[in-house]
Design a protein around this ligand. Structure first.
Ligand code: ADP
Length: 626
């Protein structure tokens, strides 16, 4: 181990983050104090946890706490804790790199626009580095619990490209972070200002936070916060603001949460939970490896961050704390998995979250905020958690033909309320985009009869529809499937009532297209379009097929059914076509267009273009019909 002073460069991402943070968070600068106190409190939590197995770690000083020292003359502010501390290597890792995967991609989304970037950084979570918003130099002295006094380390940086690190002697365990405040930030060296900030942001910290002004006559430290962990207090004693601040401490988010739920469960199993729905999705919500889960305490002793066993994956956006009275203090992730109480706790917590969402849903505007951020994740629940299918189904929101835009704000209940009494089905279309869905030939007839169709365009929707299968006794029906029974349907277009001419047209087309389609039939779903393709009942939906193929799966070729709008002028034109070559070409073009209209790729685009060109020129097979 080198005891020499060493200068090291920050990881590129840290450098970028520092720049952006200083620039975009300036109007929120006071949050640095909350971040540093949160870190100090986490450090105390971690020490208490490690000391469960190894009491020597904290034996020399068992009163865990945080002290803030301000020095007006020197323009410094220090946050001191007697928590776990850091070794040299930990210090280099923790305060020189960012461990969150996806950070580089995330930082690329920054635009330089303050508000936009501030919002993004909020999703990322600010931390230690926020000290550089107000300081032009930050130093950290730290000694890992259990390490010798001469293994302490001093870290220092001006928040630009690099930091220095060297070994020092330190009597106390834990960490002292000192901010050398910028010229115009001297307010943060004033104790009344800091006192009010601690009250505002850190009152709920479970350790005493004391404040002392070093350069004043009586440099006595006074305890400023109430030092009881917020979730251990009774609901009626906690104010809205305190709940919000606690959320920010937990999540490192600096925007308010959407809502929360705080409960104590007594009886066979005893635990307290405090669960929050954030206002915005975190930057790494789609990264399946990103840490998620609740902060676990056992009898008020912190045990672990990101205990993912308490909630299903589709509720990974929930933040919060669970404090159990029954779990053993030595519980590990592995032991948690095997704990018989856990299943019951998990389903109770899941229900609690779903109830919270139901409450938000009572306010359409609030729920839209939630849905916009987390709707797609919640949809995973239909596939993942069949036990809560009914509750989840009520929470879904869709774009439908009822709206004239792509907003997903209609519930299944809204849909059924509008449906005519005799309508036995819930119709939906799967498509890649809203534009394709709304213009799809498949829904023409339904729309013309005033039957509403759900427009499903999210990747997960095919699985969602399949898992949901029915709602309130009404089956969900894919409009791009062979059998589609349309309510109120006149049977004037039924296949068996086709006249001979029409029948022979269908047969002739089928002859021409036999390589490409299973069959050609008269359609009941079209109004304006000449044709559409549908999947037979046993086949995969084309949307699902496209997705699976895109993910590299090889699927057996499936021929679709071509449905023809028998009264369409183009079909009439086709039926009058006497030239066999031109009949074949036009039949193929009708099929190609039906595929294009539903967003499918043509199997052979060049062939299509050639066919079309020849047809437009009227030179197909040299025949001229005019
Ligand atoms: P976060 O707290 O979100 O992980 P930070 O940038 O605030 O991110 O801190 C990075 C890491 O540095 C923390 O995870 C922790 O391991 C370590 N750290 C920060 N402050 C302290 C402290 N006061 N005592 C011990 N470790 C600390």
């Amino acid at each position: 181990m080198s005891k020499q002073r060493e200068t090291l460069g920050f990881q590129t991402e840290v450098r970028q983050l520092l720049q952006l943070m200083i620039h975009s968070l300036y109007s929120n600068k006071e949050i640095f104090l909350r971040e540093l106190i949160s870190n100090a409190s986490d450090a105390a939590d971690k020490l208490r946890f490690e000391a469960l197995a190894n009491p020597d770690l904290s034996a020399d000083d068992t009163d865990l706490g945080i002290s803030i020292e301000v020095n007006k003359a020197e323009r410094t502010l220090s946050v001191v804790d007697n928590g776990i501390g850091m070794s040299r290597d930990e210090l280099i890792d923790n305060l020189g790199t960012i461990a969150k995967s996806g950070t580089a991609e995330f930082l690329q989304q920054m635009t330089g626009d303050k508000q936009h970037d501030a919002h993004l950084i909020g999703q990322f979570g600010v931390g230690f580095y926020s000290a550089f918003i107000v300081a032009d130099k930050v130093s950290v002295q730290t000694r890992r619990a259990g390490a010798d006094a001469d293994a302490a380390v001093h870290w220092e940086s001006a928040g630009e490209g690099e930091f220095t690190i060297e070994n020092i002697e330190r009597e106390e365990r834990g960490t002292r972070v000192t901010l050398h405040l910028k010229d115009d930030e001297s307010e943060f060296a004033e104790s009344p200002r800091i006192e009010s900030l601690i009250r505002k942001y850190s009152d709920h910290i479970g350790f005493p936070v004391s404040l002392s002004a070093i350069d004043e006559e009586s440099a006595e430290a006074k305890i400023v916060n109430s030092a009881t962990a917020l979730w251990t207090r009774s609901r009626s004693e906690v104010t809205e603001d305190e709940y919000k601040e606690f959320y920010k401490h937990l999540s490192h988010d600096f925007a308010d949460p959407l809502t929360w739920s705080h409960n104590r469960v007594e009886g066979k199993r005893e635990y307290t939970s405090l669960l929050y729905i954030p206002g915005a999705a975190p930057f790494d919500m789609w990264n399946r490896e990103a840490p998620r889960g609740l902060k676990l305490y056992v009898q008020r002793v912190f045990i672990m961050d990101d205990a993912e066993q308490f909630l299903p994956l589709y509720l990974r956006f929930v933040k919060g704390v669970v404090d159990s009275s029954d779990l053993p203090l030595n519980v590990s992730r592995e032991l948690l998995q095997q704990n018989p109480d856990l299943t019951a706790m998990r389903s109770a917590l899941t229900r609690r979250v779903l109830d919270m969402l139901k409450k938000i849903a009572a306010d359409k505007e609030d729920y839209q905020k939630f849905w916009g951020e987390f709707g797609q994740v919640l949809k995973e629940g239909l596939v993942e958690d069949s036990g809560n299918k009914d509750k989840l189904a009520k929470l879904l929101r869709f774009a439908t033909t009822h709206n004239d835009n792509d907003t997903q704000d209609q519930s299944l209940d809204d849909y059924l309320q509008r449906a005519k009494d005799e309508q036995q089905k819930i119709y939906y279309i799967l498509a890649e985009t809203y534009a394709t869905a709304i213009a799809s030939p498949h829904i023409e007839q339904l729309r013309s009869r005033g039957v509403e169709v759900l427009l499903l365009t999210d990747r997960i929707d095919a699985w969602l529809a399949e898992s949901l299968a029915e709602y309130e006794g009404k089956t969900l029906v894919d409009v791009a499937r062979e059998a589609l029974d349309i309510p109120d349907e006149g049977d004037e277009k039924a296949q068996d009532e086709l006249d001979d001419k029409q029948k022979s047209l269908l047969q002739k087309m089928q002859g021409k297209l036999s390589e490409r389609v299973e069959s050609v039939t008269a359609s009941r779903r079209l109004v304006d379009s000449p044709a559409c393709v549908v999947a037979s009942e046993q086949d995969l939906n084309p949307q699902v097929r496209r997705m699976l193929e895109a993910s590299g799966q090889e699927l057996p070729a499936a021929k679709p059914i071509l449905e023809i709008n028998i009264g369409h002028p183009l079909v009439t034109r086709l039926s009058g076509e006497t030239d066999d070559g031109r009949f074949g070409a036009l039949s193929n073009i009708v099929l190609d267009h039906a595929l294009l209209a539903e967003g499918s790729q043509l199997p052979n685009p060049a062939e299509y273009v050639q066919r079309m060109n020849e047809f437009l020129l009227g030179t197909d097979n040299g025949a001229d019909n005019e």
